[in-house]
Design a binder for this molecule. Structure first.
Ligand code: ARG
Length: 459
């Protein structure tokens, strides 16, 4: 069957299920533009070698433009024999400009270097898009932190009330993760952006094609320097999946915090209706489904990473059809991450903060460290002050006075005589506690403003 790309040595037809099993067209057709772009530049390279005439080249480019228009208009006609996007585009080119000329475009090229090229072009584009979305999410974090810098809340360790912090500081803790994601993304894009084109099936190009010319024409920053690696390297897929997994982990932890903060028991935040759903049975319910899905989808993306790593391990060099299994987890992760960033941006920009509830959740015992620090400032070693402050907490409990701030100065001095008149004003003030943490990275206003300024530089 001369119609198939590889039919020359075959006589029998394919098992129909095998045909379906083998085909990647249903999901790799989203790379149609990258595939056409690759062929356009590749044929220009063939022209340089004298393997095509000027007329042939312009016919080919005309045909490729027409195919692009068909795809963009949703008018590309799919055929049952279209095995993948490469086969489909080449089949269509033959129909449009004649198989005599179209039959020359694949000279010296293999689907092995072709698919690796298409994937890298496509992934590069998608990651660049994600970068934009990520910056929008970051800017919501930053502007909320700026506007709501005055709001205080409990900071937690072990999900137990620990020390007072600024709500803005909590926000920026996630912005800090996301800024690292942004930097990591930029680094990954550089490694994705290397050209495998001109490596043939595995051994290299038999007509001495100018690989630098191809790479430049396709906007690549460099070449994959070994032809065997060029056709079999899917580390850029693994890195993208890992990046996506780590990003989703950050979003998942962020969501978990917000799910807790939005419960009636906490009541720190209210999700907008746009990102909540009701219950089919309980009329009073407003559920944080957006956050639960952000948390849940982290698992799905990680599944894609672990699955594809399993596919890759033990593959012999160079191209093996197993590699076709790179696409579905990759495309799924890219879509999931894109949607997740946008949902997280929506959730964060529309939620409202219950400042009073946050303030009411602050308790004087969260200032026990500050009480110890008070004595440190009077020259007492911290190990000792920790013990003294602990004894104060115990005394307040035994005396049932309702918090360490309710003890009289006499009671405090019964624990340690070095407590003075100024202890109430100095220690039992949440704002002062927060403002004392002014070293870089801390929760004081100046330290938070400094974080905001650093993040703004990335936007
Ligand atoms: N659809 C294939 C893939 O995604 C294209 C490469 C096929 N190459 C081959 N020698 N069978 O991997």
């Amino acid at each position: 069957d001369l119609k198939s790309l590889w039919g020359g040595r075959f006589t029998g037809g394919m098992d129909p299920l095998m045909q379906l099993y083998n085909a990647s067209f249903p999901y790799d057709k989203i790379m149609y533009a990258a595939d056409l772009q690759g062929t356009r530049v590749y044929t220009s390279g063939l022209r340089k070698l004298g393997l095509l005439t000027d007329d042939e080249l312009s016919e080919i480019h005309r045909g490729l433009d027409l195919i692009l228009q068909e795809w963009e208009a949703g008018k590309f006609e799919e055929k049952p024999d279209d095995e993948d996007i490469h086969t489909a585009n080449e089949r269509r080119l033959g129909e449009l400009i004649g198989r005599g000329i179209a039959g020359k475009v694949h000279t010296g090229r293999s689907r092995n270097d072709q698919v690796a090229t298409d994937m890298r072009i496509y992934v590069r584009e998608q990651l660049t898009e994600l970068k934009k979305l990520l910056k929008e999410l970051l800017s919501v974090f930053v502007s909320r932190a700026e506007v709501e810098i005055g709001v205080l809340m409990p900071g937690y360790t072990h999900l137990q009330r620990a020390q007072p912090i600024r709500w803005a500081h909590w926000l920026l803790s996630y912005a800090t993760y996301i800024s690292a994601d942004l930097q990591r993304l930029e680094q990954i894009i550089e490694r994705v952006n290397l050209s495998p084109l001109g490596c043939g099936a595995l051994a290299g190009h038999p007509y001495g094609i100018d690989r630098d010319f191809l790479a430049e024409g396709l906007g690549f920053g460099g070449l994959v320097p070994n032809s065997l690696t060029a056709v079999s390297d899917r580390d850029f897929v693994v890195e993208t999946l890992f990046w996506s997994t780590l990003f989703m982990n950050h979003i998942s932890r962020f969501s978990e915090d917000m799910i807790i903060y939005s419960t009636a028991e906490f009541g720190f935040i209210n999700l907008a209706d746009a990102y909540s759903t009701g219950s089919s049975l309980m009329p009073q319910k407003k559920n944080p489904d957006s956050l639960e899905l952000l948390r849940g989808k982290a698992g799905r993306v990680f599944g894609g990473l672990s699955g594809f790593l399993m596919t890759l391990k033990s593959l012999p060099s160079t191209y093996d059809k197993d590699l076709q299994e790179d696409k579905e987890p990759l495309f799924d992760a890219l879509t999931t991450v894109s949607h997740s960033i946008q949902i997280a941006t929506g959730v964060l920009s529309t939620l409202t903060v219950n400042e009073d509830k946050m303030l009411a959740a602050l308790t004087p015992d969260m200032l026990a460290t500050d009480l110890a620090d008070y004595l440190v400032r009077k020259g007492v070693p911290f190990r000792e002050t920790h013990h003294i402050s602990g004894a104060v907490v115990r005394l307040a409990e035994v005396e049932k006075v309702g918090g360490i701030d309710k003890l009289s100065l006499e009671q405090l001095q019964s624990v340690d005589a070095r407590f003075g008149e100024d202890v109430v004003a100095e220690v039992f003030d949440y704002e002062k506690s927060v403002e004392r943490r002014s070293a870089i990275g801390g929760t004081s206003k100046s330290a938070v403003l400094d974080q905001i300024a650093r993040l703004k530089k990335l936007l």
